[in-house]
Design a binder for this molecule. Structure first.
Ligand code: GDP
Ligand code: ZN
Length: 291
């Protein structure tokens, strides 16, 4: 039978199929191919017992990607959630996060929550900061429900990883989405109650048959990443075209004269805040510090 691993605990992989969830072992493929199945993997499994809902994973289908933190495969998009109010956006941290997930080649959307408390200035600032960057922006309020309909549309049929600092409303958002689902289907959500500290292991929660969310623990600092300083510019997509026009091919876009990136910042063609994030990360990397 075909299914998707939604949870892995203590040697068992919980595989969601059209016949429900089966607790599966994966000994055979471990031994044969040395493959470690991951939450998010699409698998073929044999049913060992319908009564006990047990099975055996016999094949892991090819993955389109594999994220490390959280450890989850076949992610369609990442929603980077932050607050437009309390806590105020920490662009430095957000930009670092964007750099660390860049290599996954997974589309990232920015989800700005708490618009009910947001001033127009802040929404404008956010728009300006990410002008030209390849991130869709959603403005939502979990409190009033504003904007959430569009978010749900964007999640339909996809596996979405929710990431973001603590206190921005990620848990509130997840609860809101599940409440909506319950009201719509008139059924109790199959999701089991989850406390704040149960999000250590990646787990996919299904909003409907093809729509999954993976909640992650809030981050306070963004993880270490090995990037050569000279490659850092490639992580800022909207700066790349300008970097190709710099006078020196090895331009670091920091102190050089005739730097097209810096000129673009001066001309207001790209956001200063993104460039400043580039600059500070470049310094850390050049100093040998891994941020
Ligand atoms: P998490 O740490 O990201 O999971 O954040 P929580 O979901 O625990 O929310 C942190 C705080 O923000 C809680 O007190 C929520 O009630 C509050 N909160 C969440 N969403 C909103 C919102 O849209 N507007 C306002 N005003 N408060 C919100
Ligand atoms: Zn340059």
């Amino acid at each position: 039978m075909f299914g998707r691993i939604v949870k892995g605990i203590a040697g068992f992989f919980y595989v969601k199929s059209k016949e429900g969830v089966f607790a599966c072992k994966a000994k055979g493929i471990f031994r044969k191919d040395g493959i470690k199945p991951l939450v998010g993997d699409n698998v073929i499994f044999d049913v060992v017992s319908y009564d006990d809902r047990e099975g055996n994973v016999v094949e892991v289908l090819p993955e389109k990607n594999r994220l490390m933190r959280p450890e989850v495969a076949n992610v369609d998009q990442i929603f980077l959630v932050f607050s437009g109010s309390v806590p105020a956006p920490n662009y430095e941290m957000l930009n670092r996060y964007l750099v660390t997930v860049h290599d996954y080649n997974v589309p990232v959307c920015l989800v700005v929550n708490k618009t009910d408390l947001c001033t127009v200035d802040v929404t404008e600032e956010i728009r300006e900061n990410y002008e030209g960057a390849p991130y869709n922006i959603f403005f939502i309020s979990v409190k009033t429900g504003e904007g959430i309909y569009l978010l749900e549309e964007a999640m339909k049929g996809k596996v979405t990883v929710l990431a973001g600092p603590s206190g921005v409303g990620k848990s509130s958002l997840v609860n809101y989405l599940f409440k909506e689902e319950r009201m719509m289907t008139g059924m109790l959500s199959e999701r089991i109650a989850r406390g704040k500290n149960t999000t250590r292991h990646a787990e996919l929660f299904s909003l409907d048959e093809n729509t999954f969310i993976c909640d992650t623990p809030g981050f306070t600092a963004v993880d270490v990443k090995d990037i050569e300083p000279e490659n850092l510019i490639l992580y800022f997509d909207e700066l790349v075209p300008y970097s190709l026009m710099c006078k020196y091919s090895n331009c670091a876009h920091i102190k050089e004269k005739d730097c097209a990136v810096k000129q673009a910042v001066r001309d207001g063609l790209v956001s200063r805040s993104r460039y400043l994030a580039y600059q500070s990360m470049h310094k850390l990397l050049s100093d040998g510090k891994r941020f």
